[in-house]
Design a protein around this ligand. Structure first.
Ligand code: IMP
Length: 210
């Protein structure tokens, strides 16, 4: 019998499309929460790690939908800041508190804070990585987990921001060839990024257990 499609438990249609391309290659059909036609409550991200938050969301949506659900949690870790912004990456400027700002306003404020915190930190100590943790759960519990990372550094004032693609910290995140991740095409970023590599690992894990 053909397995039921995997539900991508996110409100972000862009993520569903990105993951459809990766999982499709492994013969795994995916759908979004919107395709289930119901009202679902987004579980609160109360975890202390990306992995905990991914599991909270996957388990929460699996319980609500009765389906196999994939959730992810991602963010930026900066070594000179002890791993901050970490799990509060999307609300760093407000110390993790949601204030109802638009994504564009949040991104601008987060990036300004990050550059301020790193003022005077020399290039060799500005190492950072994007991290993505993915979790798949069903009604009985966690089925699979995968992690992906994307290594780089936070550029210096005058060197960044650069690039018009991507979102969030991309205009500040410099990779080994000197470009920022906002200067990569979406396809190139997906092929190298934390989310892309976590998804590839997850597709392999799922293909093995299905
Ligand atoms: P979420 O996993 O969609 O909740 O993303 C968490 C936050 O981490 C985003 O709001 C961004 O601030 C940051 N982030 C995660 N992935 C990326 C990326 O690929 N580029 C830039 N920022 C990212």
């Amino acid at each position: 019998m053909k397995p039921k499609p995997l539900v991508i438990a996110t409100g972000n249609p862009h993520k569903v499309e990105e993951l459809r391309a990766i999982f499709g290659g492994a013969g795994i059909e995916v759908i979004g929460l919107g395709d289930l036609g119901g009202m679902f409550v987004e579980p609160a991200e109360t975890g202390r790690t990306f992995a905990e938050n991914a599991a909270i969301k996957a388990l929460g949506y699996a319980a609500q939908t009765g389906r196999l659900c994939l959730a992810d949690d991602s963010g930026l870790e900066v070594d000179a800041l002890g791993g901050a912004p970490g799990v509060i990456s999307s609300h760093y400027a407000t110390d993790g508190v949601e204030t109802g700002q638009s994504r564009a306003e949040r991104d601008a404020a987060n990036n300004a804070r990050l550059m301020r915190e790193l003022e005077g930190v020399p290039r060799e100590r500005r190492t950072a990585r994007f991290v993505c943790e993915m979790c798949i759960a069903d009604g009985a519990g966690v089925v699979a987990r995968a992690r992906g990372t994307f290594e780089g550094r936070i550029g210096e004032r005058g060197e960044v921001p650069r690039g018009g693609n991507g979102f969030g910290y991309d205009p500040l995140f410099v990779v080994e060839d000197g470009r920022t991740s906002a200067e990569m095409s979406p396809a190139e970023k997906n092929a190298r990024s934390h989310r892309g590599s976590a998804a590839m690992r997850m597709a392999e894990a799922l293909a093995r257990i299905r």
